[in-house]
Design a protein around this ligand. Structure first.
Ligand code: SF4
Length: 360
């Protein structure tokens, strides 16, 4: 099917009537969410970063706790990175938290701790992409900026019968141009939030509730009964599988060996139990490896339940062993010995939290 221009997609679209239906529905049906209590740009910013890749119900308690601990950009800027990661623990995609803190440090230094209202200044901050920019500009500052994420693309692909692949960056640009054309300049906040809310509550990926949809009369997918065929999205590449031996090493004082991950890359600066890739390493070699690495004697080895963790692009398959040793005289600079009730003071990624839960 031929791709159309923005103008052609909107040729017969009644944008004024659509805006009224969408905004009225949003005002009467929106969910009560903590970041909607006021139009504080910092809270909207935090919520939008947390909501990337994460469900609303999961985000709510994290958001409340985060805002209680770091109520202002200055409070977050001045916090220890480990405390910020601890508050983010379990949400995943930890670079979001690190970028957010780097950005509010810039806000503190350059804008006296006030989130800038200027589009160029805001978009120059770390971690603020076009979607987050549009959400903050429209919701907090009432500017007619598009905020296009996967939900919004799904809704508009159905309403306007857009068959282009939403996995492609240029398709997102097309949707941004379309939203620029149809956004309600008198209430861009309710318009953008209305599209997001419609995607979350009514125009769901599967089984959209068209009979209860406030914009059903404008929807081409509904007229043509092709809701299930839209949006078009090519499949993401298969995740790469990595297998690890993971060691819960306990010394003769009951202390456990943990280590901090490098400051860059996946799960940067989080804590974990030592892991090595299984590739080419037979489990029979592990006692000798532990003894040589830590100058100790292995007393017992017990296999625990395996842990499997799926990231967006990776799968970790972890064979987990509890290993008792007599002492650990030599540990590396990024390693610590902790008793089990100290583990909760440090941020661990979810697969290692699951190991901690096994130990309790
Ligand atoms: S009518 Fe159905 S497919 Fe169209 S926007 Fe509403 S819920 Fe989505």
């Amino acid at each position: 099917m031929k791709n159309l221009s923005t103008k052609e997609y909107l040729d017969t679209f009644n944008k004024g009537a659509f805006q009224v239906s969408l905004i009225n529905w949003f005002k009467s049906s929106q969910r009560t969410l903590p970041w909607r209590a006021d139009k504080d740009p910092y809270k909207i910013w935090v919520s939008e970063i947390m909501l990337q890749q994460t469900q609303v119900d999961t985000v709510i308690p994290y958001f409340n706790n985060f805002i209680e601990q770091f109520p202002t950009p200055i409070a977050l800027a001045e916090a220890e990175e480990q405390d910020v990661l601890k508050a983010w623990e379990g949400l995943g995609y930890y670079s979001r938290a690190r970028n957010l803190q780097a950005a509010v440090r810039e806000v503190k230094e350059s804008y006296h701790g006030k989130v800038p209202e200027d589009k160029d200044q805001l978009s120059a901050l770390k971690g603020i992409g076009p979607y987050t920019l549009g959400a903050i500009m429209s919701i907090a500052f009432e500017q007619a900026e598009p905020a296009v994420d996967g939900n919004v693309m799904r809704v508009l692909a159905r309403i306007l019968n857009i068959n282009e692949d939403i996995a492609k960056p240029r398709t997102r640009k097309l949707f941004e141009l379309i939203v620029r054309e149809i956004i309600a300049s008198h209430d861009p906040s309710s318009f953008n939030q209305g599209l997001m809310e419609l995607g979350a509550l009514v125009c769901r990926p599967k089984n959209p509730k068209c009979d209860h949809c406030p914009v059903q009369e404008y929807c081409q997918a509904n007229t043509l009964a092709i809701q299930g065929m839209l949006p078009v999205k090519t499949k993401a590449k298969k995740q790469k599988k990595l297998s690890y031996y993971t060691f819960v090493i306990e010394n003769n004082k009951g202390e456990l060996l943990v280590e901090k991950r490098p400051d860059n890359g996946l799960l940067a600066s989080l804590w974990q139990f030592p892991m090595i890739e299984t590739k080419g390493v037979d489990m029979n070699m592990i006692p000798a490896f532990i003894e040589a690495t830590f100058h100790t004697n292995v007393l017992t080895i017990k296999q625990l339940a395996p842990v499997r963790h799926v990231f967006s692009h990776l799968i970790w398959q972890m064979d987990v062993y509890a290993i008792k040793v007599d002492q650990l005289p030599q540990i590396a600079a990024n390693q610590l010995m902790l008793i089990s009730n100290q583990l909760s003071d440090y941020p661990f990624p979810v697969p290692h939290q699951r190991i901690i839960n096994m130990l309790v």
